[in-house]
Design a protein around this ligand. Structure first.
Ligand SMILES: NC(=O)c1ccc[n+]([C@@H]2O[C@H](COP(=O)([O-])OP(=O)(O)OC[C@H]3O[C@@H](n4cnc5c(N)ncnc54)[C@H](OP(=O)(O)O)[C@@H]3O)[C@@H](O)[C@H]2O)c1
Length: 237
């Protein structure tokens, strides 16, 4: 049950068999195999906006777009923009304008400048840094409250939001019961001592089945994909 108007949220993550989102080595680690990546491409193409935390922008430097021309054309046919809106949030405002997400949008691929949420006190500085490479939205308080951000996205017409991590974002959405679906792809690799960012950094215990129930477990190529849905009676936000 939603307590305020907000988009439907699909939260997705891929982890190693021992629970890491990333290893500690410098280059970007892609855990998913081709079959899982193909499903994720469909999920991206089906949403109005994609959100990642600033930590993921800094670590992975993703472009966050729909690569496939076929999927972009299908969006346009349904009356959507060719690309979902790209969204991130930062409290520090430490975002380098040279990151991929801020590079001039390719008009042939229908990219729009991303939307970055940050506390009002940081917004002016970030606007000066990013100029027209992004829209910066100032939020009340020292952090961006997810309830506020989601209500703002709803006002902008975002109905389906895909959240792609990282760890801090996953923790906030699950702990507050804000994700409607949680899609967790488990790889067969074990990182062991090379484990970098765990799925869960918080030291407080969180038991998924307090708020979520497992709705499917599927093999997708080499990955096991677990999908949890929020208990219908769980208040969200
Ligand atoms: N395997 C996967 O599926 C997957 C997916 C995504 C990411 N990853 C990995 O996850 C790692 C990144 O995770 P992470 O936990 O370090 O970073 P993150 O969750 O992507 O981003 C955390 C950052 O987001 C900002 N933030 C978070 N909550 C906020 C709030 N309420 N208000 C304002 N700003 C907020 C802060 O930015 P500031 O520090 O700028 O204030 C914070 O440091 C990377 O290693 C990446 O490779 C893996």
């Amino acid at each position: 049950m939603k307590k305020f108007p907000r988009p439907e949220i699909l939260l997705k993550a891929a982890i190693s068999l021992d629970g890491y989102l990333d290893d500690s080595l410098p280059r970007r680690r892609i855990l998913s195999g081709p079959e899982d990546l193909a499903e994720v491409a469909e999920l991206r193409a089906a949403c109005d906006a994609i959100l990642v935390g600033a930590g993921t922008l800094r670590a992975d430097n993703p472009r966050l777009h729909v690569h496939s021309e076929r999927l972009r054309a299908a969006r346009v046919e349904l009356g959507h923009a060719p690309q979902p809106l790209r969204v991130s949030l930062t409290a520090s405002g430490a975002l380098d304008p040279r990151l991929e997400i801020f590079q001039t949008a390719d008009p042939n691929q229908g990219e729009r400048p991303p939307l970055i949420y940050t506390p009002e006190k940081t917004a002016e500085r970030l606007r000066a840094t990013l100029q027209c490479q992004a829209e910066v939205a100032g939020a009340p308080g020292d952090r961006v409250e997810f309830e506020w951000l989601l209500a703002d996205l709803a006002r902008r017409g975002i109905k389906q939001l895909l959240v792609e991590g990282g760890s801090e974002i996953i923790e906030q959405l699950l702990r507050h019961g804000l994700a409607d679906l949680f899609r967790l792809a488990v790889a067969q690799s074990i990182f062991g001592k090379n484990g970098g960012v765990p799925l869960w950094k918080d030291d407080r215990l969180f038991t998924v089945d307090h708020a979520y129930q497992l709705s499917s477990a599927r093999q997708v190529g080499q990955m096991t994909v677990l999908t949890y849905s929020r208990h219908p009676a769980t208040p969200s936000g």
